[in-house]
Design a protein around this ligand. Structure first.
Ligand code: DHB
Length: 316
C-alpha cells in the first residue's frame, strides 16, 4: 500500500498533501456545508468564494440553470460577506478544521483587490491567494483577464504587497490564453488557475426571454473539460515551468488524471460537488489506486506526461 504522502504535489513553492481542492464558489463561502461529509483537512485545499472589499448581495434570481448531462450555467454575481467579515467569522473555522486555505479575491478596480488583500496579506495560515480575474457575471468582471496589460498591472500590484503565493484565475473567454498567462507570470504570479467558466446563455421558450436576469452566465461542468484541457495543454507546452491549477468539468478520477497528464500540478473540483459532495474524497482514493496500479512512487510523476509520447499508463 502507498501512503497519503505519495499524493503530495508541489504548486511552485507550495506543497499540497494531495492534488484535489474544492473550487471557489462551489463550496459555500468557507466550505461549512461539507462538514457532514468529510474533514476539510483530507483535501489538498479549500478555495473560498470570491471575497470583495465590500459585502455583495449578488444578482437577482434565478441564478442557476441546469444543462442536463452537460453541466450548468450560473450568475451568482459574487455574493459574499466581504473580506473583513470573512476574516472575523469564517477564517477561524477553516483554521480550526486544519484546512489548507486558499483565499479567492475579487474586485471591480485595482484598488478593490489591493484593499481586500490588505486584510490577509501577512497571515501565515493562508497557503495561497487566488485572484479572480475572470467573473463573467458582473460588469467589467472579465476585463482583467482579457487584456494582458491589465492582468500584468493587477498581479504586479498584489505581488508588491504580499509574500503569499498568488494564483491568477483566468478566463477561457479569450483568443489566446498564453498571452494572458505570460502577462501574469511576468508580473510575478506563482501559478495560474485554468479555467474559469465559459460564457453561455439559456433561453426560456415560454417567456421567450433569457432565463438568467443578466442574460449570460458562466457555463461549467463536464462539457467544458475539453476546453480546459486544451488551454492547459497550450500553456504547459509553451511554459512548462509555470505551475497550473487545473479546473473545468472534473467529475471523476480519470478526469483528474487527464488534467495532471496535460500539465496541471493540482486540480479543483467545482460543479461535481453539487452532484456528489463527497466526490473530492472519492477522487483522492481513486488517485491512490491509480498510483498503486501503475507503481508510481509519486502522483507528481504524472504531471505533464501527456506531452511525452514515449510513456503509457494502465487505466484505473
Ligand atoms: C461567479 C460566477 C462564475 O461562474 C464565476 O466563474 C465566477 C463568479 C459569480 O457570479 O459569483
Amino acid at each position: 500500500m502507498y501512503s497519503m504522502s505519495e499524493l503530495k504535489t508541489n504548486v511552485g513553492n507550495v506543497t499540497l498533501k494531495n492534488p484535489i481542492l474544492l473550487a471557489s464558489g462551489t463550496c459555500g463561502v468557507a466550505a461549512r456545508e461539507f462538514e457532514p461529509y468529510f474533514n476539510l483537512s483530507e483535501l489538498g485545499g479549500v478555495v473560498t468564494k470570491s471575497l470583495s472589499i465590500k459585502p455583495r448581495d449578488g444578482n437577482p434570481t434565478p441564478r442557476v440553470v441546469e444543462i442536463p448531462g452537460c453541466g450548468m450555467l450560473n450568475s451568482i454575481g459574487l455574493q459574499n460577506p466581504g473580506i473583513e467579515s470573512f476574516v472575523k467569522n469564517e477564517l477561524p473555522y477553516l483554521v480550526e478544521k486544519n484546512a489548507t486555505i486558499i483565499i479567492n479575491i475579487v474586485g471591480e478596480i485595482m484598488d478593490d483587490y489591493v484593499n481586500a488583500v490588505d486584510f490577509i496579506k501577512a497571515r501565515n495560515e493562508i497557503t495561497a491567494i487566488e485572484l479572480n480575474l475572470s467573473c463573467p457575471n458582473v460588469s467589467g468582471g472579465l476585463d482583467f483577464s482579457q487584456d494582458p496589460k491589465k492582468a500584468f498591472s493587477l498581479v504586479s500590484e498584489i505581488k508588491k504587497i504580499t509574500g503569499i503565493p498568488i494564483w491568477a484565475k483566468l478566463s477561457p473567454n479569450v483568443t489566446n490564453i498564453t498571452d494572458i498567462v505570460k502577462a501574469c507570470v511576468d508580473a510575478g504570479s506563482d501559478g495560474v488557475s485554468l479555467i474559469n467558466t465559459v460564457l453561455g446563455l439559456a433561453i426560456n421558450r415560454w417567456t421567450k426571454k433569457p432565463t438568467l436576469p443578466r442574460a449570460t452566465g458562466g457555463y461549467s461542468g463536464p462539457a467544458i473539460k475539453p476546453i480546459a484541457l486544451r488551454m492547459i495543454w497550450e500553456t504547459h507546452k509553451k511554459f512548462p515551468k509555470i505551475p497550473i491549477i487545473g479546473i473545468g468539468g472534473i467529475h471523476t478520477t480519470d478526469d483528474a488524471i487527464e488534467f495532471l497528464l496535460c500539465g496541471a500540478s493540482c486540480v479543483q473540483i467545482g460543479t461535481a460537488n453539487f452532484v456528489n459532495p463527497k466526490i473530492s474524497i472519492e477522487i483522492i482514493n481513486g488517485l491512490k489506486d491509480y498510483c498503486e496500479k501503475n507503481k508510481l512512487s509519486s502522483i507528481s510523476e504524472l504531471i505533464g506526461q501527456a506531452h511525452d509520447v514515449s510513456k503509457t499508463f494502465v487505466k484505473v
